[in-house]
Design a protein around this ligand. Structure first.
Ligand code: SAM
Length: 278
């Protein structure tokens, strides 16, 4: 199902429990984001996220037999916020020509990419990089001088981990590193997703620091101190328009799951977008 509006019941849930965290905690959460994700990977290793075998089904840009990754003799993907490679490795397996630059600010995650049984340094350039703080992306891409320019940039559940006031700058800096004609694929959490509703329904201890990080943005701190932002379709459209230099389409995708035990209907909501560098 695409583009469905938020049910009234979900809007009611989002109106509940809107206490905002203290300025000190908001600042600390941003400052310590890298450490929080690194701890996440220390605790979960590669067990938390499943391999994303769906990406080439959802994005023709990632299929071997469609234009982008085929018209280039050597297609090159830049996957940012790659984690332990759940997006990267299924694509490498399906497309023997593919080369991948991938980065994450968690050294543990990048280490797990390089130790993955399917890792091959001839095809994978994995490096530690903070999308908010670092500015040396060109140098990292130049570490594989024989590879052609990036043909596809992927942002899969990473922009939601970036503070809202940094998102346009981060996207603009990435777009500066891909040539005209390259494609951009994006998937991330949408407003009203089950994960967001849970922030408003769970009962924190009365003394606990609230997880909401803004009274004007749908931005939260999880229990493990990583951040999560929930986008609308219009926001993603505006964000990429403001970053500039791309044309494409943005849609909201809604998947309904039923809890087999309780019969409760759960809505997963995502924003999915495809652009081309112009
Ligand atoms: C939900 S995971 C998604 C991983 C991967 N894209 C995938 O498809 O499975 C989000 C990733 O973004 C990374 N991340 C968050 N903020 C980042 C930043 N400022 N710079 C680089 N990576 C970041 C986290 O470390 C985490 O691995």
């Amino acid at each position: 199902m695409c583009g469905a509006s938020l049910p009234a019941a979900s809007a009611d849930v989002l109106a509940q429990n809107r206490r905002v965290s203290t300025p000190f905690m908001i600042e600390k959460t941003q400052r310590d984001a890298g450490r929080a994700w690194d701890k996440f990977y220390k605790a979960n290793e590669d067990r938390f996220f499943k391999n994303r075998h769906w990406t080439d089904r959802e994005f023709e840009e990632l299929r071997q037999n469609d234009h982008d990754l085929l018209t280039h003799d050597t297609p090159v993907l830049l996957e940012v916020g790659c984690g332990v490679g759940n997006t990267v490795f299924p694509l490498l397996e399906k497309n023997a020509q593919l080369r991948v630059h991938c980065c994450d600010f968690s050294p543990r995650a990048v280490d797990m990419v390089t130790k993955h049984p399917a890792h091959d340094a001839e095809r994978v350039n994995a490096f530690v990089y903070d999308l908010v703080k670092d500015t040396s992306l060109s140098a990292h891409l130049a570490a594989r001088p024989a590879w052609p320019a990036v043909s596809t940039l992927s942002l899969i559940f990473v922009l939601s981990a970036i503070p809202p006031h940094e998102q346009v700058r981060v996207v603009r800096a990435l777009l500066d590193h891909i040539p005209t004609g390259a494609s951009v694929v994006f998937r991330d959490y949408a407003r009203g997703d089950l994960a967001q509703l849970r922030f408003h329904t769970r009962r924190d201890a009365p003394w606990a620091e609230p997880s909401l990080l803004s009274d004007s943005h749908h931005w939260y701190r999880r229990g493990d101190h990583t951040m999560a932002y929930f986008f609308t379709r219009d926001e993603v459209e505006r964000l990429f328009a403001e970053a500039g230099g791309v044309a494409g389409s943005v849609e909201e995708v809604v998947r309904t799951d039923t809890n087999r035990k309780t019969g409760a209907i759960m809505e997963r909501r995502f924003i999915q977008a495809r652009f081309r560098r112009v």
